[in-house]
Design a protein around this ligand. Structure first.
Ligand code: PMP
Length: 333
């Protein structure tokens, strides 16, 4: 990960129901999820607003709702609700007291210490750590990407809509090959040959003024950023997103392409397989969407503050009760 700051000295983590120094937050080598990848996780961003002296966590509840869905698929059980998990996260960030952008990484993992891959009769624990976090990609002027020769995992093999730790071997193989070949990232196809998503990002294409993204049935993680972009493109720019299959060759002739993700935020792609996309510079619509998105995340655009959870006490108090089901978001046509 190309973020510059992973300083975790003196950081507090959450493990087995307790807050403790990160240096002591360790698991045994016989832990099931270490041996078999039987954990799920989320990646969440906290945005520091220096004017407000406040940290805003973006769509916290939606991340935990998705984590609970991933847990259901993986037979990971918990008594904690999405609200409980939000409260624990806010408390953890308060204990760490950051004054800069942060990444929050909760995981639910099979913590039984036993040999054999079964998920049944196997206890679950939840852990969380936080690290300072900057830009995910170095190339700020636009990404040069390749179509990976690795295919995206199929729903009937390892469901991509769950954020399953073991499934990220698929991502790691694709991303590593792209990096070793000199690319910034890659685009993965499904076994059926259609575009699925980036290594850890969803993908949007602009063609003749139409905004298009891949359908949820293309073995994608149903990104919270993806849902957010579908909604703000409609609300702020009056553009409805078309969700459909995308062919590989459509990527080459797109006017604009961009990735979306918590880490990547809105990341324009300017080359695919050595073919220049559009003008070879980040597209106008991509940059407009990026602007609107970042202003919302940082609490500058006040219209969407119901998507933000302030970490530090506010005069109005903190409300965690709001939620917008990500699947019901926006005008995807
Ligand atoms: N696809 C994959 C495989 C991912 O790991 C991520 C990052 N969580 C995304 C898409 C984007 O999802 P989100 O916008 O919720 O971060």
């Amino acid at each position: 990960m190309s973020n510059e700051s992973t300083n975790t000295q003196n950081s507090i983590a959450y493990l087995q129901g307790k807050f403790l120094p990160l240096a002591e937050a360790n698991v045994n080598i016989m832990t099931h999820s270490f041996m078999y990848g039987t954990a799920v996780f989320e990646g969440i961003r906290g945005y520091w607003n220096s004017e407000h002296e406040q940290m805003y966590i973006f769509r916290l509840r939606e991340h935990f709702e998705r984590m609970l869905d991933s847990m259901k698929i993986m037979h990971l059980e918990t008594k904690l609700s999405a609200d409980d998990l939000c409260n624990i996260t806010v408390e953890l960030l308060r204990q760490n007291n950051p004054k800069g952008d942060m990444y929050v990484r909760p995981s639910a993992y099979k913590c039984g210490q036993r040999v054999g891959p079964g998920l049944e009769n196997n206890p679950t624990d939840i852990c969380i750590f936080t690290v300072p976090f900057g830009n995910y990609f170095k190339a700020q002027e636009g990404l040069k990407v390749m179509v990976s020769s690795w295919r995206r995992i199929e729903d009937n093999a390892i469901p991509a809509r769950a954020k399953i730790v073991g499934a990220y071997v698929n991502t790691a193989l694709a991303k590593t090959d792209a990096a070793l070949a000199g690319y910034d990232d890659c685009i993965m196809l499904s076994e059926n040959g259609h575009v699925s998503e980036g290594s850890a990002m969803n993908i949007f294409m602009v063609k003749n003024g139409q905004l298009i993204t891949t359908s949820t049935t293309e073995n994608i993680l149903e990104g919270i950023t993806r849902g957010t972009i579908i909604e703000i493109a409609e609300q702020e720019l009056g553009i409805k997103t078309l969700c459909r299959s995308i062919d590989r060759s459509e990527l080459y002739t797109a006017d604009e392409l961009f990735f979306t993700g918590t880490g990547a935020q809105i990341a324009p792609c300017i080359e695919v397989d050595r073919r220049v996309i559009g003008t070879g510079k980040a597209g106008t619509l991509s940059l407009k969407i990026q602007d609107v998105y970042l202003d919302i995340c940082r609490g500058v655009n006040q219209k969407y503050t119901n998507w933000l959870t302030p970490v530090y006490p506010t005069q109005k108090g903190r409300s965690l009760a709001q939620t917008t089901p990500i699947h019901a978001l926006g005008g995807c046509i």
